[in-house]
Ligand binder design. Sequence first.
Ligand code: 3PG
Length: 214
Amino acid sequence: MDQLTQKISEIGVVPVIKLNNPERDAANLAKALCEGGVPVAEVTFRAAGAATAIRLMKEACPDMIVGAGTVLTTAQIDEAMAAGAQFIVTPGMDPELVAYCQAKQLPIFPGCTTPTDYHTAYKFGLEVLKFFPAEQSGGLDKIKAMSAPFPMFKVMPTGGIGLKNLGTYAKSPIIAACGGSYMVKADLIDGQKWDEIADLCRQSVEIVKEARNG
Ligand code: 3PG
């Protein structure tokens, strides 16, 4: 596992962010996440201005790990990289995008849920996959079943994860980190509830720590 992925895995949770107003919110959000002990973010290209958000978050918290999510094209990879993105997340397994990132030595976590996805990832020598959408695809039971033929992978499940089931996932040695939007919901961001966001991060870190140590 490369150093950056190792750091993400140590943090244990990855907030999945959609920012509608990056000029207003990106810096405050970055500070809130760091304050809460979660200095990592997947900024999705679901909102226009994702690249701006990535740039502003890195400027506000230079040590934070900021990546781009919901990446669908090589043009978005270029845009994300130019803004300072340190990793790429794609919702599905797209060999073209994986090859493109590997040529640039940029970590990529493609969304995988099937044996075919995993097999493609294996051929690329990937070590960590996004497992998406996690709960809807069978959750931890499916992740464990997939690990039988493919024990070389660790996964970052995302989709349907919250404080209630974070610990269950985090306990499994197959899990590198859990992704989720529950600590960065639109109402929290629009309401500028930075303390609440930091608190949800703190709770998440605590849950992961307990799950891993227990
Ligand atoms: C993602 O893109 O990773 C998911 O949409 C986040 O899923 P969640 O909103 O259920 O956490």
